[in-house]
Design a protein around this ligand. Structure first.
Ligand SMILES: [Ca+2]
Ligand SMILES: [Ca+2]
Ligand SMILES: [Ca+2]
Ligand SMILES: [Ca+2]
Length: 409
């Protein structure tokens, strides 16, 4: 029988009308083992052992649950059933059981109160093992997120005492006092989140009681950081240099640029576009692969540059530009031309000025032919004379000689 303070008063009052001859109270902890001694009832009530037996002393309680047992032979009160204070009184304090000892011949009543004290046999417990949050990486510091409280069935110092949330890198724990006396538990963002650094954050919320030994309960707080488009695409190089051999056919792939985006999903999906070009190059489909729209002539254009823009699919989108410097590689596709053949007499058979537009040689060369041997001076060189053994050497590279169009003797 659970006795609440007001009931105790009333009960004692009623019993006092029925000739309660004495009363005694004991204080015992809950969860004592069956058979444990509560007290020497006979001694404490001033009763003889023989009076207990002759009067058929017995416990009278209105509850079917009988937690106590009276040993008439010894006069002691024992635990009959283990007492769970939490089941008996929940959060009410103090928690007491009251019953009567009845004796016959003559009939006597004695009142016994057993106060059950709490032991720390319940750990704080959260309703769920895990709670999930989806928080944008753009959440501002100071943003609050409500957490669920734990429950500890014990009372007093054995009840819930405090909470911790670890690790403390991004979030701090805040207890907010409610007007109703309860406390609201919140975690407050202390440091901005960055999905690109940490996409999932696992925190452990721990509730501890004030008992001895201390007991605790935990709940996992799983935070999924949602992406925001806060990274522009970044090219793998700050400047791209590429080359194409002149006369390459239209459609030749000249270079490929790549950019990456640290965000996820459409925030990292990159589209490339070409800027500042006179339609010399185009991108291949949606990629960073660039192909020539036409064939290039080194003698007309030696280099050019254009810009490629990489834009992500975020809303709003972010973009970056990069410059591509394109060099046209020369090919030996122009034969030398003899412009000024001059008959000089003597040992010289010819003197000529040759012109070729290919880059591997200077544009102009002066040569003098002597008995099929030629002396030439290259204007781009330091001016040293060089003996060449054939007309071909003077006029072009040995590996891809070009024919002299005119020969003079
Ligand atoms: Ca307890
Ligand atoms: Ca407890
Ligand atoms: Ca992005
Ligand atoms: Ca992001």
């Amino acid at each position: 029988m659970v006795i609440f303070p007001s009931q105790v008063t009333l009960f004692i009052f009623v019993l006092s009308l029925a000739f309660v001859l004495g009363q005694v109270s004991y204080t015992v902890p809950e969860e004592m083992a069956k058979g444990s001694l509560i007290g020497n009832l006979a001694h404490d009530l001033g009763l003889q052992i023989k009076r207990l037996t002759s009067g058929k002393a017995r416990i009278f309680t209105r509850d079917s649950d009988a937690y106590f047992e009276l040993n008439r032979e010894t006069g002691v009160l024992l635990v009959k059933e283990k007492i769970d204070r939490e089941a008996l009184c929940k959060k009410t304090t103090p928690c007491a059981l009251q019953f009567q000892i009845i004796l016959e011949n003559p009939m006597e009543f004695y009142s016994v109160t057993v106060q059950i004290t709490d032991i720390n046999d319940n750990a704080p417990k959260f309703e769920k093992d895990e709670i999930d949050f989806r928080i944008s990486e753009s959440a501002v510091t100071g943003a609050k997120f409500a957490l669920e409280r734990a429950v500890d069935l014990d009372v007093g110092i054995n009840d819930l005492k405090s909470y911790t949330l670890k690790p403390t890198q991004n979030f701090a724990l805040k207890l907010h006092n409610n007007p109703d006396g309860n406390k609201n538990l919140e975690m407050v963002l202390q440091k901005p989140l960055d999905r690109e650094k940490q996409e999932k954050i696992n925190l452990v919320l721990t509730a501890v009681d004030g008992g001895e030994p201390q007991m605790s309960g935990t709940m996992l707080v799983v935070i999924t950081v949602l992406d925001v488009n806060d990274n522009a695409p970044v090219f793998t190089q700050q400047l791209y240099r590429a080359s194409v051999i002149e006369n390459s056919p239209q459609g030749t792939i000249v270079t490929a640029v790549t950019a990456s985006d640290a965000d996820e999903g459409s925030n990292s999906k990159i589209r490339y576009s070409i800027r500042n070009t006179l339609d010399d190059v185009r991108k291949t489909a949606d990629s960073g692969v660039i192909h020539a729209v036409r064939s290039f002539d080194y003698e007309q254009i030696k280099d050019f540059q254009f810009c490629i823009k990489a834009q992500d699919g975020g809303s709003p989108p972010l973009s970056s530009n990069v410059t591509v410097k394109m060099i046209i590689q020369d090919q030996n596709d122009n034969p030398p031309q003899v412009l000024y053949p001059v008959q000089t007499g003597g040992s010289m058979v010819a003197e000529m000025v040759c012109r070729t537009t290919d880059s591997r040689k200077s544009d102009n060369k002066f040569g003098q032919a002597v008995n099929q041997n030629l002396l030439i001076m290259d204007p781009s060189s330091t001016g040293t004379m060089q003996r060449i053994h054939s007309e071909k050497n003077i006029l072009d590279e040995p590996d891809s000689p070009l024919e002299v169009r005119h020969q003079y003797n």
